[in-house]
Design a protein around this ligand. Structure first.
Ligand SMILES: NC(=O)c1ccc[n+]([C@@H]2O[C@H](COP(=O)([O-])OP(=O)(O)OC[C@H]3O[C@@H](n4cnc5c(N)ncnc54)[C@H](OP(=O)(O)O)[C@@H]3O)[C@@H](O)[C@H]2O)c1
Length: 270
């Protein structure tokens, strides 16, 4: 089932998320897998893609970007700039789900929105993006409450805290007219002293095969509010990424987020 469908160059195609996205593209009505890109060192290079056996894993990102209509990157922060430059050179839109980016990386991605349509979101799920909105509202309404964020992910996750926890922390901080870079507390160990008023704790647990749990706590005197999102599987992120790629086709250059996809009314299940 590929006839007439637009082609996706998938960077990090052999990873946990890459395989999930390839599986969804197999039966998507709009998009199909056109190139499965992996790093040069990958043992997968030259092997067939399970969900698209006519394709093999390839390290030639420039060729994949040129040959396809849109890119999706779920790889690693180390290779991200090279990936973005490849899609900019090919003048093709790009969806990025990779997390663990530095502030410089994020600024770079945003700037590349002046060349191509580009969307970065640390979490492609509908629920988490709504959670960020609700957390911002709660942060404003419960100004005296202490805000803390806890996330849990599988044992293989390479960055901490998760990009989503940082995204939620930024939503809380900006609702209180601040920045997480100023108010965030990422480690507590030893004689920490009393909690700094206005600080936002962001803490990470790791273990098992948890796809991603996030709770934003608002802790007051005698009461607490907990807003929790639990991803039951990676499929929810993969579906969001495919939806975002379809959204970018034909859009003007610019930097987009998942909120743009959700607000466009194109957020219905594919
Ligand atoms: N936005 C979201 O909704 C969302 C949801 C889940 C995960 N994520 C993020 O997505 C990223 C991938 O997660 P994952 O769990 O799928 O990780 P993973 O299983 O480690 O997969 C990453 C894949 O990318 C490959 N890769 C690394 N550098 C590359 C490069 N320069 N060019 C091409 N391929 C490269 C890796 O190959 P090797 O193994 O050979 O290095 C691996 O196959 C992480 O940053 C994660 O936090 C985002």
């Amino acid at each position: 089932m590929t006839g007439g469908r637009r082609k996706v160059a998938l960077v990090g195609a052999g990873g946990r998320m890459g395989q999930e996205i390839a599986e969804i593209l197999h039966s998507d009505p709009v998009l199909s897998l056109g190139a499965a890109i992996e790093s040069e060192e990958s043992r997968l290079i030259g092997l067939p893609v399970t969900s698209a056996p006519d394709l093999v894993y390839d390290a030639d990102l420039a060729r994949g970007a040129m040959h396809c209509d849109v890119g999706i990157d779920f790889s690693s922060p180390e290779g991200l700039r090279r990936s973005v430059e490849g899609f900019v050179a090919a003048k093709k839109p790009l969806v990025i789900g990779t997390t663990g980016l530095t502030q410089e990386d994020r600024d770079f991605v945003r700037e590349m929105g002046s060349h191509i349509p580009i969307l970065w979101s640390p979490n492609m799920s509908l629920g988490v993006n709504l959670l960020a909105i609700l957390a911002g509202q709660a942060a404003r309404a419960l100004g005296e409450f202490d805000a803390e964020i806890l996330e849990i992910h599988h044992r293989h996750k390479k960055d901490a805290p998760s990009g989503t926890a940082l995204f939620l922390g930024e939503a809380v901080a900006s609702a209180r007219n601040g920045a997480l870079s100023q108010s965030g507390v990422f480690v507590r160990h030893g004689l920490t002293g009393e909690r700094e008023p206005g600080s936002i704790g962001v803490m990470a647990l790791r273990g098992g095969d948890v796809p991603g749990d996030h709770t934003v706590f608002f802790l007051g005197s005698g009461e607490r509010l907990e807003l929790t999102h639990r991803a039951e599987s990676r499929e929810v992120f993969a579906r969001g990424a495919v939806r975002a790629a379809a959204f970018l086709l034909g859009r003007p250059t610019g930097f987009y987020t998942m909120a743009d996809v959700l607000l466009s009314g194109e957020a219905e299940d594919r």
